[in-house]
Design a binder for this molecule. Structure first.
Ligand code: BJW
Ligand code: ZN
Length: 258
């Protein structure tokens, strides 16, 4: 896809009665938030997922893991939503009832004006007690800028004194039940699912577009690269989200801002 989005994608979006937007890390790439698996810039190229994004890693070295997430949270705070996030919010405005399901742990959809995204993999901004699961306050970055690689001992739970953990879903952990249920329900009853910036490699999240396709919804994919979801997508828009999505919104409603 180069200039205008293909007419078929605009037709599908314009005619859909129930839309689901399903996003992954590529959605925030143009805000400067790294993806996980991109060849040169992905987090898993530079960091060992097993040593940082598993419950075993947190048990073995809580300060390493907490410090890494403090650093990432700080980086997200400095980032801004991009034109793709704003286009998603515009879709929700123009097509009321659109459900936004994100795998992202940043808050850029919310800051772009999307109300209540379904966060399948949790949030950098919702730490909780590793033992009693009570929510814990997000620490104030003014206490000192987190640095890549700095070990930071996690705070202690005010209720039971166990370590506080990041509120994200690590490998081997169940997804939050209510979020997964809401996502499956939305995917099962939509007639268009727009998948944006995900490699479609991580399960069970990757099943969401597959559920929609299986039950007869059209799938439109926005991604500069091929993914395993290409086969189920009726339209593959090969380009970056911050360029393709505003063009798509413009093609349907004549402007991304309203
Ligand atoms: C652009 C762009 C631009 C670039 N515009 N696009 C079946 C087979 C094998 C293994 C499994 C299986 N089922 C489950 C598993 C295990 C595992 C899994 O899926 N592993 C696979 C990797 C093989 N899944 C789990 O462990 C899950 N839990 C589970 O299964 O529990 C079972 C259970 C049940 C009951 C009780 C107990 C257990 C949990 C998965 C949690 C994933 N967590 C992470 C980290 C979150 C915290 C953190 O941020 O640190 O979530 S991993 C990481 O991957 C993160 C993401 O949300 C997730 C998906 O990544 P995403 O968003 O697709 O990013 P990328 O980088 O992969 O792709 C970016 C895409 O953007 C690319 O395609 C680019 O081309 C594109 N792009 N620029 C548009 N400008
Ligand atoms: Zn506790």
């Amino acid at each position: 896809m180069t200039g205008q989005p293909p007419r078929r994608a605009a037709e599908l979006l314009g005619q859909a009665r129930r839309v689901v937007v399903f996003t992954g890390a590529g959605m925030s790439a143009e805000s400067g938030v790294p993806t996980f698996r991109d060849a040169l810039t992905g987090l898993w190229q530079r960091y060992d997922a097993q040593a940082l994004a598993t419950p075993e890693a947190f048990r073995a070295d809580p300060a390493l893991v907490w410090g890494w997430y403090e650093w990432r949270r700080h980086a997200v705070r400095l980032a801004h939503p991009n034109a793709g996030h704003r286009a998603v919010a515009a879709i929700q405005h123009r097509a009321p009832g659109t459900v936004l399901i994100t795998q992202n742990v940043d808050d850029l959809h919310e800051r772009a004006g999307s109300p209540d995204p379904v966060h399948l993999h949790g949030s950098l901004f919702a730490p909780r007690c590793a033992s009693c699961a009570r929510p814990a306050p997000v620490s104030d970055d003014a206490e000192g800028e987190p640095v890549d690689g700095r070990r930071v001992p996690p705070p202690r739970c005010a209720h039971c004194a166990a370590p506080v953990r990041p509120g994200v879903v690590w490998f081997g952990e169940a997804l939050p039940g209510a979020a997964l249920e809401a996502a499956v329900e939305a995917a099962s009853s939509c007639d268009l699912l727009l998948t944006v910036g995900t490699s479609g490699l991580v399960y069970p999240a990757a099943e969401i577009p597959q559920v929609a396709a299986r039950l007869g919804a059209a799938v439109v994919q926005v991604n500069p690269e091929e993914t395993p979801l290409d086969g189920i997508a009726e339209v593959n828009l090969r380009g970056p989200a911050a360029r393709v999505l505003p063009a798509l919104v413009d093609a349907v409603w004549g402007g991304a801002d309203g």
